[in-house]
Design a protein around this ligand. Structure first.
Ligand SMILES: O=C(CO)[C@H](O)[C@H](O)COP(=O)(O)O
Length: 238
């Protein structure tokens, strides 16, 4: 059975308890810590979260891989240098905001400072935005959030059209850069992700499902781990 990794997303944590929540999630069996950060543009309801200050604070708490998923319009060498120095292992940036020569510089800076680099395909961004960069990245992350079933109250699920995109992303990675990890992110719960697991991702990013579970963080991790493993087995993933 394929071990699909769990990245614990810090988008929906209580930042007043950041050290203890990271410690509990790490001990409960997650694989990666996923620190979400954003500027004032793309995520209107979740701005200014976990950049280098947060990563620096949680680095001594866990020996897990820590990645920074950042929604920004801009990115410079100083930021990359600082986040790497804070102990970040991977920088993940939006494909829709970074193309061409600026992206080439960013990939180069990440290598220079010893970090892996990933691209997100954001909500409703077409997969073709990563057609060329796929050869040179370590992570392709599909944000599956969507509003196809929205109740208008900010309870976003995952959009059904993302199934087709994940299948195409899997094929693209297998053909062009098999070492690149395929991650899915957004609206995933222990009881709703089977159809997405069937598309064979390598990583599932979960925030509310872990950090807002009514029975606590450890219980949230265990429920998600069990659901992912059961689906991986059911669909014969290897
Ligand atoms: O960057 C993100 C999606 O764009 C976050 O990782 C997302 O908010 C995950 O949250 P949840 O698992 O609670 O849906």
């Amino acid at each position: 059975m394929k071990h699909i990794k769990i990245a614990a997303g810090l988008a929906h944590v209580n930042y007043g308890h950041i050290a203890s929540v990271v410690e509990e999630a790490s001990n409960a069996g997650i694989d990666y810590i996923h620190s979400d950060a954003a500027d004032m543009h793309d995520l209107k309801n979740m701005q200014l979260m976990g950049g280098h200050q947060i990563i620096e604070a949680i680095r001594p708490i866990t020996d897990k891989h820590i990645e920074c998923h950042i929604y920004t319009k801009d990115m410079d060498r100083l930021f990359i240098e600082k986040i790497a120095a804070a102990g970040c292992n991977m920088l993940i940036i939006p494909a829709e905001n970074f193309l061409g020569a600026p992206l080439a510089y960013i990939i180069n800076y990440c290598r220079e400072f010893g970090m892996k680099v990933g691209l997100t395909v954001g909500c409703y961004t077409p997969l073709c935005f990563v057609d060329e960069a796929i050869y040179d990245i370590d992570r392709l992350q599909i944000v599956v959030h969507g509003v196809d079933e929205t109740d208008g109250k900010d309870n976003w699920g995952w959009r059904k059209s993302s199934l087709d995109m994940i299948r195409r992303a899997r094929k693209m990675i297998d053909e062009k850069n098999p070492k690149c990890e395929l991650a899915i992110d957004g609206g995933l719960r222990f009881d709703n992700m089977d159809p997405l697991i069937e598309c064979n991702p390598d990583i599932v990013i979960l925030s509310s499902a872990i950090f807002k579970d009514k029975e606590g963080i450890t219980a949230g991790v265990k429920k998600c781990r069990a659901a992912i493993d059961a689906a991986s087995e059911k669909f014969g993933l290897e």
